[in-house]
Design a protein around this ligand. Structure first.
Ligand code: ADP
Ligand code: MG
Length: 723
């Protein structure tokens, strides 16, 4: 209880003057009630006694003044309460919001938006009840009681003493009963929820219910649910009634015994009638206010406390995003960015996603980071951005350890474009300007030009003032990406970071965007993560990541000559031709021999087969096929990324990502075999595809190797199946 009081006071501390005003007005109101009761005594005793020693006129004047003062105090009290409540809630919402800005990217990835929103809505509402409304009601009652008790004592100690002694017992008992009623009400709510979910299940199951004639079964099951609910409802209702009846009669008992005793005293002439009347008036108020505390205020505060706790939990939650030594300036990037033995894992008990990365990126270089999906490219950038900090090792810019600088200072050096650009619901100009709020119109125009947005701006009815974003959604993926580029360019960053910034664009747009990026390379360091190797040809340095480690480093020629990972990846992406808009693609027979399944097929049938591939495009999130579907087509990915997932005991599990140059769907080569996985496009994806019949007719020409191909396809399917 003490900690609760302390926490309530902490919320009120910044508004202590409002609190003081509230207490003053409460006291004034209580004072009037006392004056009213006392004036009854004066009037009655004055009337009953012969010569009145106080004139009724002055009492009436006193009452009118008292009434006016009390009414004004009441209005002032209402105003102050509303004001204080609004202020405290505003404080809470602001500090929650501030907290969300401070928490790490890791925290945000893990948390559910719904849960965080609930803290702003339901939890804050509960907090408002537990920290503002109920304490005010309680304080009002308490202030009143503070006045009543001494006055009652002065009026008639023989009656006041038992009343004052009995009421705490009543409060205690009522306060003990209240949680029972609450529990019963909670149970009733749970049962109602269960009934609703079984109705909803039954509605969804109607076809099955009809088809299998399950009506009776459903009816019986539902009947059981209803009778549980019926029992819970009547228990809850009875508890609530019991609480009301109990508090009413407990109070009545106190009142009757005190008033009875008073009547006896008055009849015996040991108590003036006026005093008794005044005393009874105060007694009724006193018992009422004390029951309010026991029956409403205390239980309500207790109930609301779960909301307060959840708000506090968020306010004190860790880990806060990386903090640096405050005020340390980041001079800028001159010599190099260095990763020194950097290891990192997203969760402490999982495997590491970066292992012992050692890498020197010279200042001013144009660097491409490549590697398969999941090899740690984005993670490496996250470390540089200090979204996460290394588990071991260190990251340096020139002679400065990143851990020693304030992340916000650090990020001032950087302009970053992610694979998707978030557009706020504001004008195009505002959306671009947010990376450099002080930028002038000329600078914005230059950034728009550099990002290849000029054409679009001319087409838009309101040009740069056109409202884009969330509700607007007027821009395509490619256009949004260019807004992202313009945003980053406008900042004139020393360090430009691009994480697959252009890979969702069609070929023509992508090469334009890459040219725009290359145009900006002088005078700054550019680090570009990509899985599309064509965009790396002009890089000063290519870093090949594999399974969380740096596999190869070198420029394009060196890596091709080396003939290792990069060269193999390059081979895989060659041999396709794509139209500028990415809508039509073709593949060479030569490239087909690089598909392991087709390695042994002679050139002539492959050439025919190459001609039969058709372009099939999938939008982001489109399902290519689902596990269990009949296997009818075979796919080669020309551009894009797909996710391969499989149903396991623990639900759907991603088993692989495939991208440019990879193939999938070999089940189509095995007669009648259903798909053993679900494939979904992660980015807009262009594939080349042929169906089973085309394959069969090709295989008919080369019976000698048809068998080998089938065996190999079956092997691969089996290997994938046990992944
Ligand atoms: P890339 O950008 O090269 O495709 P990432 O750096 O995104 O790869 O991912 C590297 C590995 O870390 C992958 O295995 C991925 O599943 C895992 N990973 C990425 N982000 C998270 C995260 N927020 N939490 C846990 N694991 C993650
Ligand atoms: Mg990535």
């Amino acid at each position: 209880m003490l900690t609760i009081v302390r926490r309530i006071l902490a919320f009120w501390r910044p508004h202590r003057w409002l609190g003081a005003g509230l207490i003053a007005t409460m006291l004034l109101k209580a004072l009037f009630t006392v004056v009213l009761a006392l004036s009854i005594k004066v009037i009655i005793d004055g009337v009953l006694a012969d010569g009145p020693d106080t004139s009724p006129g002055s009492i009436l004047v006193l009452l009118v003044v008292g009434f006016l003062v009390s009414a004004s105090a009441g209005i002032a009290n209402g105003y102050l309460a509303a004001r204080a409540g609004a202020e405290i809630l505003a404080d809470v919402r602001l500090s929650l919001f501030d907290r969300l800005q401070e928490l790490s990217i890791g925290f945000h990835r893990k948390s559910q938006t719904g849960d965080l929103l609930a803290r702003f809505a339901t939890d804050v509402a509960q907090l408002s009840n537990g920290v503002i409304r109920q304490p005010l009601v309680g304080m009002t009652s308490f202030a009143a009681v503070l006045f009543y008790v001494p006055v009652m004592m002065l009026l008639e100690p023989r009656l006041a003493t038992p009343a004052v002694l009995m009421m705490p017992i009543v409060v205690y008992l009522v306060n003990r009963l209240a949680p029972d009623a609450d529990q019963a009400l909670d149970e009733e709510k749970r049962q109602i929820a269960a009934v609703l979910s079984s109705v909803s299940e039954n509605l969804r199951a109607q076809p099955i219910v009809r088809a299998f004639g399950l009506q009776n079964r459903s009816r019986v099951a539902f009947g059981r649910r209803i009778s549980t609910l019926r029992a819970a409802s009547s228990r809850a209702e009875f508890r609530v009634q019991l609480l009301a009846v109990f508090s009413e009669y407990a109070v009545a008992l106190v009142q009757i015994s005190v008033v009875g005793a008073g009547a006896v005293l008055a009849l015996r002439g040991k108590l003036e009638v006026g005093t008794l009347a005044a005393f009874v008036g105060l007694l009724v108020e006193f018992t009422w206010e004390t029951t309010v505390i026991g029956r409403d205020v205390l239980p309500e505060i207790r109930k609301a406390w779960s909301g307060v706790r959840r708000v506090d939990e968020l306010l004190s939650t860790g880990p806060v995003s990386a903090k640096g030594v405050g005020g340390m300036m980041v001079p800028g990037l001159e010599e190099s960015i260095r990763f020194e033995n950097v290891s990192f894992g997203y969760s402490p008990d999982d495997a590491l996603q970066l292992r012992d990365v050692n890498l020197v990126i010279p200042g001013g270089a144009y660097v491409a980071i490549v590697g398969a999906s999941g090899s740690g490219k984005s993670t490496l950038l996250s470390i540089l951005l200090r979204f996460y900090d290394p588990s071991s090792g260190r990251t340096m810019i020139d002679s400065m350890d990143l851990m020693d600088v304030d992340p916000r200072e650090l990020r001032r050096l950087m302009g970053t474009v992610f694979q998707e650009t978030f557009l706020f619901n504001a004008s195009l100009r505002e959306n671009i300007r947010l990376s450099a709020p002080e930028a002038g119109d000329a600078e914005i125009d230059a950034a728009v030009e550099a990002a290849g947005l000029s054409e679009l701006v001319e087409l838009l009815p309101d040009g740069l003032e056109t409202i884009v974003g969330e509700s607007g959604r007027q821009l395509s993926g490619g256009q949004s990406q260019r807004v992202g580029l313009a945003r980053a360019f406008l900042r004139r960053p020393q360090l430009l970071l691009l994480d697959e910034a252009t890979s969702a664009l069609d070929p023509a747009t992508e090469s334009e965007a890459v040219r725009a990026i290359e145009g900006l390379r002088s005078g700054r360091t550019v680090i570009m993560v990509t899985h599309r190797l064509e965009t790396t040809v002009n890089a000063d340095m290519i870093v090949v990541m594999r399974e969380g480690t740096v596999d190869e480093v070198g420029d394009f020629e060196e890596l091709i000559e080396r003939g290792q990972t990069f060269a193999r990846m390059w081979e895989k992406q060659q041999g396709f031709r794509v139209s500028r808009d990415g809508r039509a693609a073709s593949v060479t027979a030569d490239r087909l021999t690089a598909v392991p399944l087709l390695a042994g097929v002679p050139v002539a049938p492959l050439q025919r087969l190459a001609g039969e591939f058709v372009t099939v495009r999938f939008d982001k999130d489109a399902v290519v096929f689902e596990e269990g579907d009949p296997g009818e087509r075979f796919y080669l990915i020309v551009r894009g990324v797909v996710e391969v997932s499989r149903m396991g005991e623990a639900g759907e599990r991603v088993v692989a990502y495939l991208e440019d140059g990879d193939f999938f769907g070999e089940m189509a080569l095995l007669e009648g075999a259903p798909r053993n996985a679900t494939v979904t496009a992660v980015t807009p994806t262009t594939t080349l595809s042929i169906d089973r019949e085309q394959f069969e007719s090709m295989l008919a020409d080369v019976p000698e190797i048809a068998r080998t191909i089938r065996v190999e396809a079956a092997d691969r399917a089996r290997a994938n199946g046990s992944q």
